[in-house]
Design a protein around this ligand. Structure first.
Ligand code: UDP
Ligand code: MN
Length: 298
């Protein structure tokens, strides 16, 4: 879906974290949703204003990432090193790394005000289960120390690295990421779960966008709700012998259909370089690693 926000009422959007958003700065793309949430594209926000706003609120921002099995050696060091160069610079940050091998977590030098905590998790046998189990594990972490020390949390895949500034302009009560392969597809073709027996099912015609599970976030309270909804849906499916088409991502999409995100990130915030150049993608912030499933998945 392209084009300027349909709402003629809208001038500048006021945003608690970003200062003022200017949706008109990008007439080439959709900059607000039908429910009035901003879709942030390069040029619609002022990173310096966002930085100031966040500092005034004295925020602690969490970044969670899972590195289980071969994903640890393959991706974690680069993810963390590039996060130190681009993620929430100048803010208080706490990384949470979930792994079955805490001793193997690389020692990355952290700037002042930034810390890293490692949480041991069990290694699921199937990669699908590693991915899906994240919702349950995150739910517990958000109910514990992570939830006590962070105000906002971003939850990310590890098979990607930062390439540009990823700052407090992304913060909101709940945050969803447009999927870089699907943001311009017609809705009827989006890969939602269609088996009506699944808790993740969307009927044809439902769905706003297709969101990518590699990046989502929000306040601790909102993420408690999101993770419990998704974990319960996956548990219910498992009891019925079902598994949604794209695993936790299918359940995440169902959640955001029912509970609209307060902010949507343009595909610049999680871009797949394999797509090649696109005029509207000005400044990619986070880049997918090439998929090497043959090496990573049994
Ligand atoms: N993951 C992991 N070990 C695994 C499978 C998954 O650590 O064996 C974590 C990792 O953070 C990964 C995420 O779960 O980025 C989602 O899996 P993956 O990236 O393979 O899914 P895709 O992005 O291909 O859908
Ligand atoms: Mn991934």
């Amino acid at each position: 879906p392209m084009g300027v926000c349909p709402s003629a009422r809208m001038a500048l959007l006021r945003d608690n974290f970003t200062g003022l958003l200017n949706p008109w700065a990008r007439p080439d793309v959709l900059t607000c949703t039908s429910w009035g949430a901003p879709i942030i594209w390069d040029g619609t926000f002022d990173p310096a204003a966002a930085q100031q706003k966040a500092l005034q609120q004295n925020l602690t921002i969490g970044l969670t990432v899972f590195a289980v099995g071969r994903y640890l050696e393959k991706y974690l060091a680069r993810f963390l090193e590039t996060a130190e160069r681009h993620f929430m610079l100048g803010q208080r940050v706490v990384y949470y790394v979930f792994t079955e091998r805490p001793a193997a977590v690389p020692r990355v030098a952290l700037a002042p005000g930034r810390r890293l905590r490692v949480v041991r998790v069990a290694r699921e046998r199937r990669w699908q289960d590693v991915s899906m189990q994240r919702m349950h594990t995150l739910h517990e972490a958000l109910g514990g120390q992570l939830g006590r020390e962070a105000h906002f949390v971003l939850c990310m895949d590890v098979d990607q690295h930062f390439r540009g500034a990823f700052g407090p302009e992304v913060l909101a009560e709940s945050v969803a990421q447009l999927h870089s392969w699907h943001y311009h597809w017609p809705r009827r073709l989006l890969p939602y779960e269609r088996d009506a027996r699944s808790a993740a099912a969307l009927v044809p015609g439902d769905g706003d966008f297709y969101y990518h599970a590699a990046v989502f976030g929000g306040s601790v309270a909102a993420l408690r709700g999101l993770t419990s909804h998704c974990a319960r849906g996956m548990q219910r499916d498992r009891e019925r012998g079902l598994e949604a088409r794209w695993h936790d991502e299918s359940h995440l999409n169902k959640f955001f259909w029912l509970h609209k995100p307060a902010k949507v990130l343009s595909p610049e915030f999680c871009w797949s370089p394999e797509i090649g150049r696109r005029a509207e993608i000005r400044r990619p912030r986070l880049l997918w690693a090439p998929k090497e499933y043959a090496v990573l998945r049994d």
